[in-house]
Design a protein. Structure first.
Length: 211
């Protein structure tokens, strides 16, 4: 499979079902981009302070996979979390893995639609690498299918987010390539931070609020 073919495959549930079928332990198959510990300095000002656990904010994890982040947030008292993914295998896996943890639910959904999520019901939307999976081809001139998928995704997140909510997005893609995809429809006010730490490879965190 060539690089572009693999890039296209990442945007399909079949690819992720095959990957998660191999997850048989209590450990994640791969914690994308940044561990929960490494994210703490970012989450403090953008989640913990503006959306404290005692206020019971609604958090939606977009393309949650088998990340530990929802459970780690649960330990901090966040008990109103929805984790969505278009791999039914990982939804079933995580539902079983954390069946004794209250306040976190897993549900099948395509993040480009989110039809089962009520409009303006979400305080915090969180994405760590999911949008990236829909991007392939030339970063200077993305294919039409990339623009269509990312555009639908950003529209869906905008619809479900409350007027004072926030979309927290972690990516490895260079800001000058990702910004046009994030705000193609001029829906957002954006801030960006560079995340250092765990490796010499920089990751970037976007804080998006409704314009």
């Amino acid at each position: 499979m060539g690089a572009d073919e693999k890039g296209k495959a990442l945007a399909t549930p079949e690819y992720w079902n095959s990957r998660y079928e191999k997850s048989a332990s209590d450990q994640p198959t791969h914690e994308w981009f940044r561990s929960f510990e490494a994210l703490k300095p970012f989450l403090e000002p953008h989640l913990y302070v503006p959306f404290p656990a005692e206020n019971n904010p609604r958090i939606v994890h977009l393309g949650s996979g088998d990340s530990t982040v929802p459970a780690d947030l649960g330990k901090r008292g966040y008990v109103n979390q929805l984790c969505v993914d278009f791999s039914q295998i990982v939804v079933d896996l995580m539902s079983k893995r954390h069946e004794c943890i209250s306040g976190i639910s897993w549900q099948w959904a395509d993040v480009r639609d989110l039809s089962d999520v009520v409009s303006e019901s979400v305080d915090v939307a969180f994405d760590k690498g999911t949008l990236d999976a829909f991007i392939h081809g030339s970063p200077w001139d993305p294919p039409d299918e990339v623009k269509e998928s990312t555009g639908r995704y950003m529209q869906a997140v905008h619809r479900v987010l409350k007027s004072d909510g926030v979309f927290l997005y972690i990516t490895f893609r260079q800001p000058h390539f990702i910004k046009p995809l994030l705000n193609a429809a001029d829906l957002w006010k954006m801030q960006m931070e560079t995340l250092g730490g765990e490796s010499s490879f920089d990751y970037f965190a976007f804080i998006l609020k409704k314009a």
